[in-house]
Ligand binder design. Structure first.
Ligand SMILES: Nc1ncnc2c1ncn2[C@@H]1O[C@H](COP(=O)(O)OP(=O)(O)OP(=O)(O)O)[C@@H](O)[C@H]1O
Ligand SMILES: [Mg+2]
Length: 304
């Protein structure tokens, strides 16, 4: 896919000056020492498809996320939760190099996909984004027909397939085929929000990724459309690893078998709030028997 056409969903902070200058790590590290709780982070993840090793993400000098160690298993649905501004979207975008398209953004540490560093010198970011697809908060179909929304990615990457079959397969898998099969040539903008989001999921799976990143994919949808997307995630998790950011804790509890809880810590010197991973494990443990006090407070609604 061409870089210029990739949608980017960010929360720009215009007040933060973007520079390429490297921050003084020592100065800003103090308040983060011991912030992550290794005792509360599961590392024994079978057959991980992606891994973050000590990942920091910066916007210019501002460190938005610090020291994340996380492994994502194949066929898992992993929820990333935590208060607004703790860096969930930032971390998610670092998993398919979407941050490359954000001014001033820089990733340190290592993100691997099947053991290979996705930021390595010979790695093609566009290929990374094909294999690690992304669905955004707001459905963002292209201003094209339903058919062409699906066919666009496979054409750009030169997939040698019967396009009609591929379009049908992707729409069927995204549980949209029956609703659109008689109007494939109509504009995608004529679909409802929930249908547009399923179209975006179909578009993502059309290029045969292995991981699907979803940033609050249901926040613009009603409960029925939300339920359909959640069912779809369960269905897709048979073939894909799904990593979903959600503010809805019931949603995390319903769909995700693993959950990662992040929080943000403010530096006394600069006031900057940096996101850290607090706890990671099975969703049931995290919600019912959390190992860290901060997780307990958050899931009990006492914070955030
Ligand atoms: N493009 C950007 N330029 C500069 N700072 C940014 C940019 N995008 C995000 N940030 C900052 O990085 C921090 C983390 O933001 P991020 O959007 O990742 O948080 P989040 O956990 O996804 O929040 P929310 O739950 O509100 O979506 C915030 O302080 C935010 O202002
Ligand atoms: Mg976000």
């Amino acid at each position: 896919m061409k870089e210029a056409t990739m949608p980017v969903d960010t929360h720009p902070s215009p007040e933060k000056k973007q520079t390429a200058e490297r921050p003084d790590r020592k100065k800003i590290a103090d308040h983060l020492d011991g912030a992550s709780n290794p005792e509360a982070i599961d590392t024994n993840i079978p057959d991980p498809v992606m891994e973050c090793e000590n990942v920091d993400v910066y916007y210019g000098k501002f460190r938005a996320v610090s020291g994340v160690n996380l492994k994502f298993a194949r066929n898992d649905i992993t929820a990333l939760i935590g208060p607004s501004g703790c860096g969930k979207s930032t971390l998610l975008r670092s998993l398919n190099r979407m941050n490359d398209l954000v001014d001033g953004a820089r990733v340190e540490g290592k993100v691997t996909f099947h053991g290979e560093d996705i930021y390595g010198p010979d790695v093609d970011a566009i290929e990374v984004r094909r294999r690690v697809g992304m669905v955004f908060q707001k459905p963002n179909p292209f201003p094209k027909s339903i058919y062409d929304n699906i066919a666009y990615g496979p054409r750009v990457v030169g997939m040698k397939v019967s396009m009609d079959d591929l379009v049908e397969e992707a729409l069927t898998r995204a549980a949209l085929w029956d609703e659109v099969k008689d109007k494939l040539k109509q504009s995608a903008y004529g679909l409802s929000g929930g249908q547009q989001q399923r179209l975006c999921i179909a578009r993502t799976i059309a290029v045969k990724p292995e991981v699907i990143l979803m940033d609050e994919p249901c926040s613009a949808l009603d409960p029925i459309a939300t339920m359909r997307i959640e069912d779809l995630m369960q269905e897709l998790s048979q073939d894909y690893a799904i990593i979903i950011v959600t503010h809805n804790m019931q949603q995390a509890a319903r769909v995700a078998n693993r959950t990662a809880f992040f929080t943000a810590l403010a530096s006394e010197q600069t006031g900057d709030r940096t996101g850290v991973l607090v706890e990671y494990g099975s969703t049931s443990t995290l919600f019912q028997n959390p190992r860290d006090r901060r997780t307990e407070d958050y899931v009990a609604g006492r914070f955030g």
